[in-house]
Unconditional design. Structure first.
Length: 416
C-alpha cells in the first residue's frame, strides 16, 4: 500500500484519497502517476483545511482549487500542469462517485485482465471477423471498449464471464459518464453484441444483452466542425516543401482537403490505388469496405509525384505514405494523422473556435460543406465521401447557413 501524508483535519477526504491511491496501485498504475496524484490530492486536502471548506470532495472544493491555480476554462490555453490538475481532481471525484477511475491515466496491459475474460474477448472478436464480417477498424475499437469493460468487472472481483451480472453492466455504464454520448453509445452497442454472442455460443448461462442500459443518441444531434477557406489555404501554405516530411504532409492534407479522404484510407493508401493514366484514385474504404473512385486533380498529382520522387524513402513497401524517420514503415493502425494537422495549424497561427474539431476528419466535413454551398447535389457529395446513405450526407446541411437562410419562411409578425 502507498502511505499518504495528508492533513487529518478532513478525515473523510483523507480516507478517500487513501482508498483511491490503494485502488489505483492495485490496478497496476505506474509509480510516477501515483506520485503525481498523491501530490495533487495532498495539496487539495491542505487547501480544504486552509479555506475551512466542508470535509469530503465537492464541486465547490474542486472549482476553488482550480481557480487558485488559475486553470483556464478552455483546453487550448492550459499548460501541461493545468491539465494534470484537472485530471487529478477529476479522477478523485470520479472515484468518490463510482468507486473506480474511468479516466485512463496510463495504459493497462492485457495481462492485468484474467485469462478467462481475455479468452472470451478473443473468441468474440474472432467470431465477429469470421461470421459477421466486421471490418478491422470496427474490431479494433470494439477491443478497446471491451478492454475497458473487462477491466472494470475484474476490479469488481469478476474472474469468469459467467460471473457477470446486470449490476456490473449498470455500474460500467455509469463509470463511462465522463465520455461523450457517442462513445457511451458505442460502448453499449459493443457490450450488447458481446453478450448476445456469448449467450448464443454458450459462454453465458443467460442473455444479459437486454439488461444493458439504453442511451438515446440522435444521429443528427452534432453539427460538423468546418474550417473557413482562408484557414484551409493557410494550413496548406504552412507546409515546408523543402523537407521530405513536408512533401509527404502536403500530399496527405490535399487528399483530406480536396477529396475528403478519411485518415484510415490515407494511411493505408497503396501505390496500386493511384491510376496515373486516368488520373483517378481507386481504393476500398477502410470503414465500409466499399470501393470508391476519386478524381486526381493536377494539384494532387503534382504533390504525390513530388513526394514519391523526392521525399519518400526507398523501400519495397506498397503503402504510399511512410514514417519520416527510420524504421521507414507505414503509419500505425491507431494513428489518425491528427499530429499532421496540428503541426501546420500551429505554424499557420490558425485560431479555431472553442469546441471546434481540429483533426483530419474536420477537413472532410469542410469539403462537404463547401461542395454543398456551391450547389453540388447531395447525391454527388455522398459519392465523393463514400457515404452508404444520403441520411449521413444530409447532416452537412446543418452548417450551410446561407442555404438555410435562403430556405427560411417569411412569417408575419405576431403580436399579443
Amino acid at each position: 500500500m502507498i502511505a499518504t501524508h495528508v492533513p487529518s483535519s478532513h478525515p473523510e477526504l483523507e480516507a478517500l484519497t487513501r482508498r483511491a491511491l490503494d485502488h489505483l496501485q492495485s490496478l497496476g498504475y505506474k509509480p510516477a502517476s501515483l506520485r503525481q496524484l498523491r501530490h495533487i490530492w495532498t495539496r487539495l486536502c491542505a487547501f480544504a483545511q486552509e479555506c475551512s471548506l466542508p470535509d469530503g470532495i465537492s464541486e465547490e472544493l474542486v472549482d476553488q482549487f482550480l481557480a487558485l491555480h488559475r486553470v483556464p476554462g478552455t483546453a487550448a490555453e492550459r499548460t501541461s500542469y493545468h491539465r494534470l490538475l484537472r485530471r487529478g481532481t477529476g479522477a478523485l471525484a470520479a472515484f468518490a462517485v463510482h468507486g473506480t477511475v474511468a479516466r485512463r491515466l496510463t495504459v493497462r496491459t492485457p495481462s492485468q485482465i484474467p485469462v478467462p475474460l481475455r479468452e472470451a474477448q478473443t473468441r468474440y472478436l474472432t467470431y465477429c471477423a469470421t461470421h459477421l464480417g466486421f471490418r478491422p477498424t470496427t474490431l479494433r475499437v470494439q477491443r478497446q471498449h471491451l478492454d475497458a469493460f473487462l477491466g472494470h468487472v475484474h476490479q469488481q472481483g469478476v474472474a469468469q464471464i459467467a460471473e457477470i451480472t446486470p449490476g456490473h453492466l449498470s455500474a460500467f455504464i455509469r463509470a463511462r459518464c465522463h465520455l461523450s454520448t457517442g462513445s457511451v453509445a458505442f460502448s453499449i452497442s459493443t457490450l450488447r453484441s458481446f453478450l448476445r454472442v456469448a449467450f448464443a455460443q454458450g459462454w453465458l448461462p443467460s442473455d444479459l444483452s437486454e439488461d444493458v442500459p439504453t442511451v438515446h443518441v440522435r444521429p443528427d444531434a452534432k453539427i460538423p466542425s468546418v474550417w473557413t477557406e482562408v484557414d484551409v489555404d493557410a494550413l496548406l501554405a504552412a507546409v515546408d516543401l523543402a523537407s521530405p516530411i513536408g512533401k509527404r504532409d502536403r500530399a496527405i492534407l490535399l487528399l483530406a482537403c480536396r477529396l475528403g479522404m478519411r485518415a484510415g484510407d490515407i494511411r493505408t493508401l497503396t501505390l496500386d490505388a493511384i491510376q496515373w493514366a486516368t488520373s483517378r484514385i481507386t481504393f476500398a474504404q477502410q470503414k465500409t469496405g466499399t470501393c470508391i473512385d476519386l478524381p486526381m486533380s493536377d494539384e494532387i498529382a503534382e504533390a504525390l509525384i513530388d513526394y514519391l520522387r523526392r521525399g519518400r524513402p526507398a523501400t519495397a513497401r506498397r503503402e504510399v505514405f511512410l514514417r519520416g524517420h527510420a524504421p521507414f514503415e507505414p503509419f500505425g493502425s491507431n494513428n489518425n494523422l491528427h499530429g499532421v494537422v496540428t503541426r501546420y495549424r500551429r505554424l499557420a497561427g490558425i485560431e479555431l473556435k472553442p469546441k471546434t474539431r481540429r483533426g483530419l476528419h474536420s477537413l472532410r466535413h469542410t469539403l462537404a460543406t463547401r461542395l454543398l454551398a456551391r450547389g453540388v447535389p447531395l447525391e454527388t457529395i455522398g459519392m465523393v465521401l463514400g457515404h452508404h446513405s444520403l441520411d449521413v450526407t444530409r447532416r452537412y446541411t446543418k452548417v450551410d447557413l446561407d442555404g438555410l437562410r435562403a430556405a427560411a419562411l417569411e412569417l408575419p409578425e405576431v403580436t399579443p
